[in-house]
Design a protein around this ligand. Structure first.
Ligand SMILES: Cc1cc2nc3c(=O)[nH]c(=O)nc-3n(C[C@H](O)[C@H](O)[C@H](O)COP(=O)(O)OP(=O)(O)OC[C@H]3O[C@@H](n4cnc5c(N)ncnc54)[C@H](O)[C@@H]3O)c2cc1C
Length: 395
């Protein structure tokens, strides 16, 4: 959606196909990072976005064994919006769709599931889709696979990559939130348990981290046992764990971390999760996907508009975005394997890692996690110009 908006704004004809009828999906991250808010500001959309219901988190707190501390403090960031904004992903997508459809070169077709690619030799020249009106074939000088971590486009293009294991999966669920509860996002680490809580005003979006593949065993143990473990992780919420009435309320996220070797082939480019599924560590997948979109539009808008797109242009997008992706995944894998895996496996009292002791002692160090989570390794800025009158989308 973001890349479609940016290309259409720069005068490129765009068709976005979305397989669902709406964007009302289950929770898959409601975070909008400072760097994305900066992109919104550059586009002139920030004030309108901030009119939508949201919450702000200026810091991220953790409880590691007996030590309670702030691990990331966004106040250190020199940016217009030094906080993580929480907004349902469907509100953000509808907002972008609304802005994008004001550009005459943008079209969004819902209920349109891409099922295959049209090719000539090794070159992709379009897509085949199933829509509510029947089969659809579209020819295009470039197909962008931005269809997530189970990407059909990537699969059809035969693009392959590296898969990195993960020691954990995550159970997601909601519990109600009371006015006297804490406000900041919270991660609680204790022997054998990691519990994440995100403040969504009237409820907590909760993530209970479990060892990889342990879901069936936890289900066999029954809901009362899970409720007990949750209550132990966050005693202030013990009075509400009964809200988990059945397993329907608990969604399993199978953690997947991978990265394509090559993100493109003639006529096709993958970005976002389709090119690199991120670990949930740090909650940065949306940010990376948006940054890919900004970089892709900066590099591809002119060649596309002028009909001179070449394979080296696509290579430049990967070259630009591979480094921040690799660095982020390396950091995530380090934390997954060295901290999360160990906490989940241990039955002994936790010894506090040096990095957390330093963060507790020297508050200015909290600027580093804030920068890594909120901005990332290579923030992108909108370099393309709108070809439309100013009021087209900002009105
Ligand atoms: C449970 C969960 C929690 C998460 N929490 C966070 C978080 O807190 N913060 C964070 O930054 N990230 C989080 N993530 C990761 C984040 O959701 C992704 O990294 C991010 O959404 C990737 O964006 P994307 O546009 O590449 O793909 P997606 O957001 O997956 O979007 C892909 C789109 O393509 C559509 N689509 C798929 N196949 C087809 C097809 N064949 N034809 C047409 N349309 C198709 C899908 O319906 C979807 O709308 C979470 C993920 C999950 C699963």
């Amino acid at each position: 959606m973001m890349l479609g908006l940016l290309l259409a704004r720069a005068g490129v004809e765009v068709l976005v196909l979305e397989k669902h009828a709406d964007f009302l999906r289950d929770f898959r991250g409601d975070t909008i990072h400072p760097s994305t808010l900066e992109v919104m500001r550059e586009l002139g959309f920030l004030d309108a976005l901030l009119q939508l219901p949201h919450q702000k988190a200026a810091r991220i707190n953790a409880q590691f064994g007996d030590l309670a501390l702030t691990v990331a403090d966004f106040a250190y960031l020199k940016t217009r919006c030094p906080y993580i904004l929480f907004m349902p992903q469907w509100d953000f997508l509808n907002f972008l769709a609304d802005k994008a459809t004001r550009y005459p070169t943008f079209r969004l077709q819902m209920n349109a599931q891409v099922t295959g690619l049209i090719t000539e030799g090794n070159t992709v020249t379009g897509i085949q889709a199933e829509t509510s009106q029947g089969p659809l074939r579209v020819h295009a000088p470039l197909v962008i696979g931005a269809d997530g971590r189970h990407s059909t486009v990537r699969e059809c293009a035969g693009l392959r990559g590296l898969e990195f294991g993960a020691p954990m999966d995550v159970l997601w669920f909601r519990l109600s939130r009371k006015p006297r509860d804490p406000t900041d996002p919270l991660g609680r680490f204790d022997r054998g348990r990691i519990f994440i809580m995100l403040n969504r005003d009237t409820y907590w979006q909760c993530g209970f981290v479990i060892s990889k593949g342990a879901y069936e065993q936890i289900r066999e143990g029954g809901l009362p046992a899970l409720r007990k473990r949750i209550a132990k992780s966050a005693p202030f919420i013990a009075d509400r764990v009964g809200e988990l009435q059945d397993w329907e309320a608990v969604k399993l996220l199978t953690v997947q971390v991978d990265r394509l070797d090559r993100w493109y082939k003639p006529g096709l480019l993958c970005i976002g999760d389709a090119a690199h599924a991120m670990s949930p560590v740090g909650g940065v997948g949306i940010n990376l996907a948006i940054q890919d979109a900004v970089a892709a539009s900066n590099l591809l808008a002119s060649p596309l508009r002028e009909g001179r797109l070449t394979v080296p242009d696509l290579h430049r997008v990967q070259q630009r975005r591979a480094w921040p992706t690799v660095m982020t995944q390396r950091l995530q894998l380090f934390l997954q394997n060295r901290v999360i895996g160990r906490v989940l496996d241990t039955t002994q009292p936790l010894s506090t890692p040096l990095v957390l002791r330093l963060l507790a002692r020297f508050p200015f160090l909290r600027a580093i996690p804030a920068r890594l989570i909120g901005i990332g390794f290579r923030p992108e800025h909108v370099k393309t110009q709108s070809v439309w009158p100013d009021e087209t989308a900002s009105g």
